[in-house]
Ligand binder design. Structure first.
Ligand code: ZN
Ligand code: ZN
Length: 105
C-alpha cells in the first residue's frame, strides 16, 4: 500500500552573506535570507511552491532587518509615519489611513 506523507513546509534559505554589521549588537555577520515554501514528501522538501520576501538576519542576536538594513522591530525607518488620528503606523504612500480612514496630511 502506498503511504503518502506530504504537504507544504517552510524552508529558510540563505541567499548571501551581507558585508554589513548588525545595528543592534554590532556583530559583523548578517545574512540575507528568505523563507520559501516547499512541497515536501516524507518531510523532504522537493520543490519550491512559494518564494518569500528576502530579509536580513543577524547570526549573533537574531535581529531581523528588512532588505534595506532597517530594523523590523521597535525602530521606525525613515519613510514611515503614524496616523495622527489613531496613532497606527502607515505607509507614506497612503492618502488615507487604512485603519481608521482618516485623511493623512
Ligand atoms: Zn546582532
Ligand atoms: Zn488612523
Amino acid at each position: 500500500m502506498f503511504f503518502f506523507i506530504g504537504g507544504i513546509q517552510p524552508k529558510t534559505v540563505t541567499i548571501e552573506k551581507q558585508a554589513r554589521s548588525c545595528p543592534s549588537c554590532g556583530h559583523f555577520d548578517v545574512s540575507l535570507k528568505r523563507v520559501d515554501h516547499y512541497v515536501s514528501l516524507f518531510f523532504i522538501p522537493l520543490f519550491p511552491v512559494k518564494r518569500g520576501v528576502p530579509f536580513l538576519i543577524c547570526e549573533n542576536c537574531n535581529t531581523v532587518l528588512d532588505e534595506r538594513g532597517y530594523s523590523m522591530g521597535a525602530e521606525h525607518p525613515v519613510g514611515e509615519k503614524r496616523c495622527p488620528s489613531c496613532g497606527r503606523e502607515v505607509d507614506t504612500d497612503f492618502a488615507f489611513c487604512p485603519y481608521c480612514g482618516k485623511t493623512l496630511s
